[in-house]
Design a protein around this ligand. Structure first.
Ligand code: 3HC
Length: 290
């Protein structure tokens, strides 16, 4: 199926990533249904859209007509079947737990039409760990967006050994249709391209902090001013979630036994104190508005 046949997108998971991917799709003219099992998360997502669109109009970034069309293109529902049953493309953006993703993909395979492409926005779980619960291996793929998804242009399209060339190409084209710039990974690899590079910087930064060489603010300043990154690694962890850094590191450590992946004492302490970053109002920095 070609990208021009993809009109309806279902986003499963209305959290940080899910609702921004949903709105990106709606702004680009797709009909998007965003679903979540958690009513509170769904309401927060809808509230974000209700606040965000008028702000963009006031800022002169969108016309009122564009905002109205985007709002009309986007619906929220807590019924997975309602969101998935007529979708041409599903983008899963739920919790990073393999068992839960596998259960969801089995359900999606049952609910969705046979032409539907099923993708995961997972940062680390490759689609070959999920694909066997479906009857459409050639239509299963990783589609990895970046945070904040409304702003970040890059999408990694990660082709599994089961993914057809046609599916990968369709996804590349759909990303372009969403105003994004896709890159194709021809093989699955842990962390894909970007998170592998980020991990190297993040680990070194945490090492320098834990060694007492410099504080987190100094390290962030160094990375922004000398390397030209828009934000340093500590501010970035606050944005993407220290809980995610901890959970992903711990899972990888348990999987490989390699101590390089074990979350550092600093990260473990922040995780235990629920200082996850922006989402909880405190991480390496404080966010009083939360
Ligand atoms: N949601 C939506 N839009 C946002 C936003 C958010 N959370 N934060 C900022 N923006 C928008 C603003 O509205 C503004 O838009 P405009 O220029 O069109 O008016 C624009 O972004 C710039 O915002 P600000 O001026 O407030 O702030 P900055 O210039 O500091 O930009 C930033 C904020 C876009 C977050 C920038 O600092 C940045 O690009 N940081 C790096 C982000 C990054 O590295 N992301 C990748 C993370 S890794 C990842 O996602 C992998 C995954 O697996 C976890």
């Amino acid at each position: 199926m070609g990208a021009h046949e993809i009109r309806k997108i279902c986003i499963v998971g209305a959290g940080n990533m899910g609702h921004q991917i949903a709105l990106s799709g709606a702004l680009a003219g797709f009909q998007v249904k965003c679903t979540d099992v958690n009513e509170e998360v769904l309401q927060k997502a809808e509230q974000f859209v209700t606040t965000y669109l008028p702000q963009r109009v006031s800022k002169g970034k969108l016309t009122q007509a564009q905002a109205d069309v985007a709002r009309a293109n986007l619906t929220f529902t807590n019924h997975l079947s309602e969101a998935a049953s007529d979708a041409d493309l599903v983008i899963e953006a739920i919790i990073e737990r393999l068992d839960i993703k596998r259960k969801l993909f089995a359900e999606l395979d049952r609910l969705c039409p046979s032409h539907t492409i099923l993708t995961t926005n997972s940062s680390y779980i490759v689609s070959s760990k999920i694909v066997d619960v479906t009857n459409r291996p050639e239509k299963v793929c990783n589609l990895h967006f970046f945070n904040p998804a409304l702003v970040m242009k890059l999408v990694e399209v990660v082709k599994g050994p089961h993914t057809s060339e046609e599916t990968a190409q369709t996804l590349m084209d759909v990303c372009v249709g969403m105003g994004k710039t896709p890159v194709l990974l021809k093989q699955e690899i842990y962390g894909f391209l970007v998170n592998r590079m980020l991990a190297a910087i993040k680990n070194e930064s945490i090492y320098l902090l834990d060694m007492g060489i410099a504080g987190h603010e100094e390290i962030d300043t160094a990375v922004t001013l000398a390397l030209g990154h828009p934000m340093g690694p500590f501010r970035l962890m606050d944005l993407t979630g220290i809980d995610l850094t901890y959970i992903v590191g711990m899972e990888r450590f348990q999987e490989t036994g390699d101590p390089i992946y074990r979350p550092s004492p600093t990260i473990s302490e922040k995780f235990a104190k629920k200082e996850y970053g922006r989402k909880t109002g405190k991480g390496f920095y404080e966010y009083p508005e939360k």
